[in-house]
Design a protein around this ligand. Structure first.
Ligand SMILES: Nc1ncnc2c1ncn2[C@@H]1O[C@H](COP(=O)(O)OP(=O)(O)OP(=O)(O)O)[C@@H](O)[C@H]1O
Length: 252
């Protein structure tokens, strides 16, 4: 079932300048994991913001869960590159934040938060404050918070790009497990081609400005995937192919 449709969308920030995105058409299915890659400045974040209802296209429309959107929906959650945590609240209280914005959390919510924290490797850390956490732990807290509400749609803008390689790999595994468990439809932006292919069912490549979808690639491995897949010859061939496609776009 299609739950996100970008229909012929064009985005122009200023009427006297060329569009950033040009006639983008995209359909994303329920439970699908889609990575979006492209050169820096190609419009990946802009596209994600339109899917999230933070920006309205100049032309065309974005339809999410059966409605044309003009603002973010409750069914969506964002995760950004920089973990945004409230310094004066401990880990558990940060994870409970989305519930608290709606109602007073109950014991069931606390149990759920502890369960999600455990599944991102933070069991036993619930009473720590953000200043006591490493960068990787902070990202884990934001991941747990994102899944606390079991969002139908997760929009991720380079969430792991500031992390070291080992932590990034762990978080990729945890994200893969959680998106599978909750059947979360995920749109994931990254500069890292290996990460894009490893996580996604489908990789979308944006071209140069005004950007269009220049390539769509179905990744032929069932999810969740073992981390060893990254050393598989057929996996490496796919990454190489996309690398060549990006290089073929020219520019810097
Ligand atoms: N609010 C804005 N007003 C005008 N131009 C903008 C605005 N936001 C982004 N842009 C321009 O739109 C283009 C696409 O930006 P965007 O951040 O979507 O690209 P990106 O592919 O996500 O880049 P990166 O990979 O470097 O994060 C850039 O040229 C940027 O300068």
């Amino acid at each position: 079932m299609t739950i996100i449709t970008c229909r012929d969308i064009t985005l122009q920030f200023n009427s006297d300048q060329a569009p950033i995105l040009d006639h983008i058409n995209l359909e994303i299915q329920k439970g699908e994991f889609v990575s979006i890659i492209g050169k820096s400045g190609s419009g990946k974040t802009t596209l994600l913001q339109m899917i999230g209802g933070l920006l309205v296209p100049t032309k065309g429309e974005v339809n999410v869960l059966g409605q044309v959107i003009f603002e973010p929906l409750d069914e969506m959650t964002y995760m950004f590159q920089k973990p945004v945590l409230l310094e004066w609240r401990n880990v558990l209280e940060n994870v409970l934040m989305p519930i608290e914005l709606k109602r007073k959390p109950n014991q069931q919510d606390v149990d759920k938060a502890l369960e999600v924290l455990a599944s991102v490797g933070l069991g036993g850390h619930q009473n720590k404050y953000p200043h006591e956490l490493s960068g990787g732990m902070m990202s884990r807290v934001t991941l747990a918070r994102a899944f606390m509400m079991e969002p139908k749609i997760l929009l991720m803008d380079e969430p792991f790009s500031a992390l070291d390689a080992m932590t990034k790999e762990q978080l990729q595994l945890e994200l893969m497990k959680l998106t599978k468990q909750y059947r979360t439809t995920t749109v994931f932006i990254t500069h890292d081609i290996t990460e894009a292919v490893y996580l996604a069912d489908r990789v979308i490549l944006l071209g140069r400005q005004p950007a269009q979808v220049v390539e769509e690639l179905q990744v032929p491995f069932a999810r969740p995937r073992p981390k060893e897949l990254k050393f598989d010859t057929s996996f490496i061939e796919i990454v190489k192919g996309l690398h060549n496609s990006i290089e073929g776009l020219g520019g810097h």
